[in-house]
Write a protein that binds this ligand. Structure first.
Ligand SMILES: Cc1ncc(C[n+]2csc(CCOP(=O)(O)OP(=O)(O)O)c2C)c(N)n1
Length: 350
């Protein structure tokens, strides 16, 4: 498959070059964080081996999230580190969660694929393809009934286009005019299956049109284009017209940290990695007069910030044994029996 060179679409006029510096910084922070997650894995310090990096997808996370507001909620798929960072997550707490430590967002019990934090509107990452999608319909319904003005956004990959729950969710969102947005990060691959091996209908947003949603596709190469497309979709949803946005990008590396993607040719990967939103923003900023020194300083600050996340995670403790059943039951339920006591009681029965 050849990845088409991307042409820049019409500028939105909404985002200035000053904003592009901020967007560049956020994309760089995400890429550097993901590189450090890779290092954590190589050091044998990550909890579990399934780490899905979003390198190459940074403009989808930063572009869409910059169009969201405080109070908006969201769910992510298994490749969601960048999205949560773009919504303001503390990278130390994220790295600690990925390392399975008690200073992590879920006290180390969620790991990479189940990070959640209601304070920042993160209703949960989900390892089941399409699993996080229906929750935003519930959140959208709640926002509408309360009149809170909040929008709820589901982030998922092209693989979720084969899940029935997406279509039930889009139908309900359209029927009830909910403030909901479906964002498909189309990185061209679902594990070892290319999108055109999974469906003939590869213009993914057209399916949303059939349900009565607003639908659009944007190329990820230019983060300003993603911001503009996301702003339009999110503004419409806030006004009662739910929408679907496909962000066309390329998964730079394997499906998970262990996957060397033997199912893709070297030529395809080289071609695909040309769709690099960070390089693109760097070029545009340089053309606009920002100096190499200024951009190096941004990169250096991201490196220092993300280096520190590894030290923080490694220095933190694993969760206490008794924490295993904590936060598992609904608030108000009696505190579960401590694990040690429970094990002793079970063993004493034999
Ligand atoms: C219901 C379900 N089926 C299969 C899997 C195994 N699985 C995990 S990730 C994945 C591919 C997902 O691809 P996509 O949605 O495009 O996201 P990407 O990994 O490309 O970000 C599959 C099939 C799963 N987790 N859940």
């Amino acid at each position: 498959m050849s990845i088409k060179p991307t042409t820049r679409s019409a500028p939105s006029g909404k985002v200035s070059n000053t904003d592009l510096i901020g967007l560049y910084r956020e994309m760089r922070r995400i890429r550097t964080f993901e590189e450090r997650v890779g290092e954590l894995f190589v050091r044998g310090q990550s909890a579990g081996s399934m780490l899905h990096l979003s390198i190459g997808e940074e403009s989808a996370a930063v572009g869409v999230c910059s169009a969201m507001k405080g109070g908006d909620t969201f769910t992510t798929h298994h490749r969601g580190h960048g999205i949560f960072l773009a919504r303001g997550a503390d990278p130390n707490r994220m790295m600690a969660e990925i390392a399975g430590k008690d200073t992590g967002y879920c006290q180390g019990k969620g790991g990479s694929m189940h990070i959640a934090d209601r304070g920042l509107g993160h209703l949960g990452a989900n390892a089941i393809v399409g699993g996080g999608i229906p929750a935003v319909v519930g959140a959208g319904l709640a926002a509408k009934r309360r009149g809170s003005g909040a929008v709820s956004v589901a982030f998922f990959g092209d693989g979720a286009m084969g899940q029935g729950i997406l279509y039930e969710s889009m139908n309900m969102a359209a029927l009830w005019s909910l403030p909901v947005v479906f964002v498909c990060i189309n990185n061209q691959w679902g594990m070892g299956t290319r999108v055109d091996q999974a469906t003939r209908a590869t213009v993914l947003h057209e399916r949303a049109l059939a349900f009565g949603l607003k639908g659009d596709t944007v190329d990820s190469i230019d983060v300003l284009d993603v911001v503009a497309a996301a702003q339009g979709t999110i503004d419409a949803a806030r006004a009662g017209m739910p929408g679907f946005l496909a962000v066309d990008c390329y998964r730079f590396f394997g499906h998970a940290r262990k996957d060397k993607s033997p199912y893709r040719s070297e030529e395809e990967e080289t071609d695909g990695r040309k769709k690099d939103p960070i390089k693109q923003a760097h070029t545009e900023l340089t053309q606009a007069g920002h100096t190499q020194q200024e951009l190096d300083a941004i990169d250096g600050a991201a490196a220092a910030e993300m280096d520190a996340t590894i030290d923080f995670a490694i220095a933190s403790n694993p969760p206490a044994q008794d924490a295993m059943f904590r936060d598992v039951f609904a608030p108000g339920e009696p505190e579960p029996e401590p694990l040690r006591q429970r094990l002793d009681r079970i063993l004493a029965r034999d």
